[in-house]
Ligand binder design. Structure first.
Ligand code: CDP
Length: 796
């Protein structure tokens, strides 16, 4: 380690595994979550949800609820409509009912709200609301929705004849057709990525506080993107933006679930305005699981054109996405299916074409990103399952097939088959590290030996490269708001500092790592830098935290604002040292005179001078703001390798080993990066082995509680072997970092599934849909057939 690197570690700079500063308050139970906020005169709101997935509302009688002592307000869709708030815009240019007026369109949809002295009175009063429903036929998958004569779910929308939301295509159709004409072999695959839920431990909630005297609306809420919420409230409720303050306090996990605007937020705000009292809404777990932010639920099929030597000539993909009753994905708006077309970015494929169709069904809105950048998880899952199937069809070794088709290190910048520009990576090296770690050749021998004795061992490889860090603003926007981010740094006269960004941590450790970037750029010890996020009255405007965009965008803004501060401090140092600026050099935390290095001024001395001894004509103070618009996305890369043993009698499979090689460029805090990878791998394991929400044929949600929707505990979670030896700095990020938060959740699932499929490779089975439950594996082994997990749940 160099002397400078050692100095950095001492002050908690880049590369230091500094302990997370936020954990001090969390482990003492002193976190400040939305539900911890108690305001004088505060009332409580509960939501009445629809028991039916599709029904016309004939009438709603709220009289009994109003009569309950302690009830202050009962809100219905009809009342919301008088204020033009019965419907709200979604992030995908659709509309979503706030409270149902004409029909309910999914089980669990919000129908009415009661605001009362306490949550128990509000809940009891909800149960006294009488809703007369006329049940309608139910659609639980896209195929039913596409049938001729299928009931039109969104008959509220003018000109909506059927249930198709969009048909979209991207890529080079003619070039792809030509590639398929030249193929020696065409490999095909069809699968379903089940509906899952981010399921943060803290559910959604808000405390709205409208003060009639000051006309100020303050909303404490569980949002990953407070500034977007402020803009949305200003536009939808027609309130002046400067009179709205959104505060996102501590958040108990988001994973994408806390990006959208939910009816509960809107109703609590309106209730507070009407009652002129603070109104708290805290969702219960079932409410969260059945109505908010579902992910995936997508049917994927595709084919690969192959030369017999293993070269991939082209890829065709088609997806049918089940969006539920409202198209409310959070995504850069111009891409109908998010960044799904980032598929195959790591492979050198001349031509590709993707078609996508979105369909309304009688389910809660789906398609929200769950720890992934807008459908990248689905893209990577299909990519790596397809790679395995193609290698098997060709009879080529899994690892060799990937290596032969990788984009090579000297091929960057590389235009992907769907038009993205990737700029850096060492894909083959990552694979080599992974194969050496798992001892690939030896495992293959053991596998062959074991098979002779009836034991089923399998090895699955998955690679992933993910476009992280939207913008740039030229290409990425949400509802027209360009995607960039921001940081504001104020260095006080004693050399201590406060940093605010437009991002919002939900457990990722920004309070720790942002201070490390300041330490790296200015030499101010990280412990002397306080980080604040989430209050729109104080933080600079930003687009929030999702899609692992914090480090690529807000983290870059932190480095850039620190550099602005350093530029001013240099002038102060020249003044203090009585030399010209050109004669000044910089080392970590100190300016010195080039010709006599012993004469210097520390960053702290410069800070004091900014308030007490500045040169004539210089504006006092040492603070600045930077808005950062990245030139490109960052493209981290990873290789995940899993080995498993499958019990042929029961279909139960156990993970033997899991090796992860992640290249996320420069690591700010290696310990936090490892935590992010372990968390992502655990979610990947959950999705592949146990986690899904489905619907029965009548549209009832199966998975509305933690008995049905399984989260792996430490007991089930396998051990992980993490490798950090491959570091390819991002060429355009100021400190060379790429995002990491989502990578393992994105790339991990295919590794687990590929391992199980590899174990069954002698049985002729091509696919078992996730989750790869033991009964599905047993069925595949016993009947030598593929097993689909597509809903509705079979009744047998
Ligand atoms: O946007 P989000 O915070 O979810 O994801 P991220 O930018 O990938 O960062 C997750 C955490 O890992 C943050 O605390 C980052 O500062 C940290 N990180 C790091 O230490 N080094 C990297 N190269 C990337 C992220």
């Amino acid at each position: 380690m160099t002397a400078q690197a050692l100095d950095e570690i001492k002050i908690g700079g880049l590369g230091s595994s500094r302990k997370r500063v936020e954990d001090d308050r969390f482990i003492r139970g002193k976190g400040n979550y939305t539900d911890d906020i108690v305001l004088p005169g505060m009332l409580h709101m509960e939501i009445l949800r629809s028991p039916l997935p599709h029904a016309r509302i004939k009438s709603i009688d709220t009289s009994k609820a109003w009569a309950v002592p302690g009830v202050h307000l009962v809100l219905t869709g009809e009342m919301m409509a008088t204020r033009n708030l019965a419907w709200m815009p979604t992030l995908s240019y659709d509309t979503q009912a706030v409270l149902a007026t004409d029909k309910v369109r999914f089980q669990g949809q919000e129908v009415a709200c009661v605001i009362a002295d306490d949550p128990y009175i509000a809940k009891d009063a909800c149960e006294l609301i009488e809703v007369d429903y006329e049940p309608l036929p139910v659609i639980v998958n896209p195929w039913q929705g596409l049938e001729p004569g299928a009931p039109v779910i969104r008959d509220d929308k003018e000109g909506q004849a059927g249930n198709v939301i969009y048909n979209w295509e991207v890529g080079d159709k003619a070039g792809t057709d030509r590639a398929f004409e030249q193929a020696d072999l065409i490999s095909k695959l069809e699968l379903h990525y089940p509906r899952s839920h981010p399921s943060p431990i803290e559910c959604c909630g808000s405390v709205a506080d409208f003060n009639r005297a000051t006309q100020k609306l303050t909303v404490y809420m569980t949002t990953q993107a407070p500034h977007i919420i402020r803009a949305a409230v200003a536009m939808v409720a027609e309130l002046p933006e400067q009179m709205i303050r959104i505060v996102s306090p501590d958040i108990g996990g988001g994973f994408g679930n806390k990006v959208p605007v939910y009816p509960g937020y809107v109703c609590s705000i309106l209730a507070s305005i009407l009652l002129e009292r603070p109104v708290k809404w805290i969702e219960d777990k079932t409410g969260n699981l059945i109505s908010t932010g579902f992910a995936r639920d997508i049917y994927l099929k595709g084919e690969m054109a192959l030369r017999k030597d293993g070269k991939i000539l082209g890829v065709r993909m088609h997806t049918d996405a089940d969006h539920g009753a409202f198209f409310s994905d959070a995504q850069p708006s111009k891409f109908k299916i998010g960044l799904m077309h980032s598929a195959f970015a790591a492979y050198d494929i001349p031509a590709a074409h993707l078609t996508a169709r979105g369909v309304y069904t009688n389910k809660a809105p789906g398609g929200v990103a769950y720890r992934c950048s807008f459908r990248v998880t689905e893209a990577m899952f299909f990519q790596e399952r397809m790679m395995q199937a193609a290698a098997d069809d060709l009879g080529i070794d899994q690892a060799a097939f990937r290596r032969m088709n990788f984009v090579r290190d000297d091929d960057f910048p590389h235009r992907t088959p769907f038009g993205f520009l990737t700029d850096s990576g060492q894909y083959a090296k990552c694979l080599d590290v992974g194969l050496a770690a798992i001892d690939y050749e030896k495992f293959r021998e053991e596998q062959a030996q074991a098979r002779k004795r009836g034991r089923l061992l399998g090895l699955g490889i998955s690679t992933m490269t993910e476009p992280l860090g939207a913008g740039n603003s030229r290409e990425y926007d949400i509802l027209g708001i360009k995607m960039f981010d921001s940081a504001e740094l104020k260095v006080h006269m004693t050399g201590k500092a406060i940093l605010r960004t437009g991002a919002k941590t939900q457990g990722q450790g920004h309070e720790t790592t942002w201070a490390q970037i300041v330490a790296h750029e200015l030499g101010i010890p990280a412990v002397d830098v306080t980080v604040e996020e989430g209050d729109t009255d104080t933080a600079p405007f930003g687009m929030g935290t999702y899609a692992s965009r914090s480090t690529p965008v807000a983290g870059a803004a932190v480095a850039m604002v620190a550099r602005k501060i350093r530029a001013k401090a240099r002038k102060l140092a020249a003044h203090l040292l009585e030399v010209s600026e050109e004669d000044i050099e910089w080392e970590l935390g100190r300016f010195y005179v080039r010709s006599s290095p012993e004469r210097g001024a520390s960053i702290q001395e410069c800070a004091m001078a900014a308030y007490s001894n500045m040169p004539d004509g210089m504006e006092p103070g040492l603070e600045n703001t930077a808005y950062y618009d990245p030139p490109n996305l960052t493209w981290p890369f990873a290789v995940y390798i899993v080995t498993v043993e499958v019990d042929p009698e029961t279909g139960v499979w156990d993970v033997l080993r899991m090796v992860a090689v992640d290249d996320c460029g420069v690591r700010i805090n290696p310990m936090i990066v490892e935590g992010q990878i372990m968390g992502g791998l655990t979610e990947a394991y959950a999705m592949s082995s146990m986690q899904f929400i489905t619907f029965d044929a009548d549209g009832n949600c199966v998975g509305s509680n933690y008995m049905d929707y399984l989260l792996p505990s430490a007991w089930e979670t396998p051990g992980y072997e993490l490798h950090s030896e491959v570091v390819t700095p991002c060429p355009h990020h100021p400190i060379g970092a790429k995002g990491i938060g989502e990578c393992a959740a994105v790339g991990g699932p295919a590794a687990f599934v590929n391992a199980v499929m590899d174990a069954l490779s002698d049985s002729g089975v091509r696919n078992i849909d996730m989750p790869v439950l033991p009964d599905r594996v047993w069925e595949a082994i016993t009947y030598r057939r593929d097993v689909s997990g597509a809903p509705p749940v079979r009744q047998d």
